[in-house]
Design a protein around this ligand. Sequence first.
Ligand SMILES: C[S@@+](CC[C@H](N)C(=O)[O-])C[C@H]1O[C@@H](n2cnc3c(N)ncnc32)[C@H](O)[C@@H]1O
Length: 441
Amino acid sequence: MINRGPAANPGREAALHALMHLLAQGRTLTSGLAQATDSIADPRDRALAQELCYGVARWLPQLEALLHRQLDKPLAQRHCDLRIALLLGLYQLVHTRIPVHAAVAETVALAGACRKPWAKGLINGVLRGYLRNRDALMAVIRQQPEAEYAHPGWLIDAMQRAWPQDWDSILVENNRRPPMTLRVNARRSDRSTYLKRLATANMEADAAPHTTHGISLAVPSEVDALPGFKDGLVSVQDAAAQLAAPLLDIKPGHRVLDACAAPGGKTAHMLECAPQLASLLAIDRDRQRLERVPATLERLGLQAEVAAGDAAMPQTWWNGIPFERILLDAPCSATGVIRRHPDIKVLRRSSDIGGFVDHQAKLLEALWPLLARGGLLLYATCSVLPQENTAQIARFLAQHPDARERAMDAPWGRSVGPGRQILPGADGMDGFFYALLEKQE
Ligand SMILES: C[S@@+](CC[C@H](N)C(=O)[O-])C[C@H]1O[C@@H](n2cnc3c(N)ncnc32)[C@H](O)[C@@H]1O
């Protein structure tokens, strides 16, 4: 019988499995972590799993560079699990305050979880080697931009081209842990009342700048621990995403289209802000993501028409009656939300960007005829790449004489040609782009 040694901590073992999903199968951390923590009862173990696997994804190029310098030869592909165990150990030593002895011993125990007890010595040796040579190793890392900034080279180049003055602060911001921001359901409460409920629950929080309903939590929490979450008092939504609904200036009696709606965060906010709509149609082509919309609306006490459909093919779902307001929250590179989804740095390729740009252009083209004269279309992305944002909108405006940009005289973000850009971390917000287009009467 193989001696597996002391059992690994459930949180660390779950982090290992979630990272296998990402690094061996190319699947997102969100899905990998949900699967890996499904049977874990203790919230502290779930929190540890999340902290560790997000941390490794965030710092991956740096941790890989450190590991590379510690191994005589790279580990074979069949030992991907051991490589991940080593990355988990290095992450704890470099970027957390977990005591060294616990980080080393718990990582060594992962050899048992990998069913490779022979690798205990290897893990111990690599981690102790890092501790012995820490200063020299980190000095080498500082010479390698991909390792120092922990971003792939193509993305560093793209940020340098797009934001010559800001690229390094964007990259640094991308590696910070994001705040947890809430949106109070205006139909059921208001911000000051909910802030008092949080204070009573000893949860430190503040109003999120530039929002009417946003609250920033000092310490992230599981949603079920938020007062009144199940009763629909609040939702989780970044402050930048909370700017969409007010920008649309929705009036009673308007027909509204949310063309890329799932999982429904902005659909719900629009309904919370504007109770007397004629209708709101929420479309998304991803049926699995769309399933979350009715559940969210029900929790919040809201109603909309929810339908699966391709927004680029309105002839398959549109009844021919124009909309006064359209939200196009377009699929994009998500380069503005890397701090929230660090796996983007692993999964995204430079060659993906052109595909997003073409898809966004098709969506704009297909949806414009659905907008009533005098109506507003809000184009939004969580990207910081100009090709998907200001250049996309400039081209659309040049090709559509009946489209005019409605200026946003806003205290957030910066004017960048057509549209306003929020860079990651500005006023605590995610990176976002908004452009408001008006159809001429
Ligand atoms: C940025 S997300 C939308 C987030 C959502 N608005 C919210 O606030 O919760 C983009 C969405 O576009 C959807 N999508 C991508 N291409 C689409 C298309 N051609 N037609 C409809 N939906 C599409 C994706 O499935 C994804 O759910």
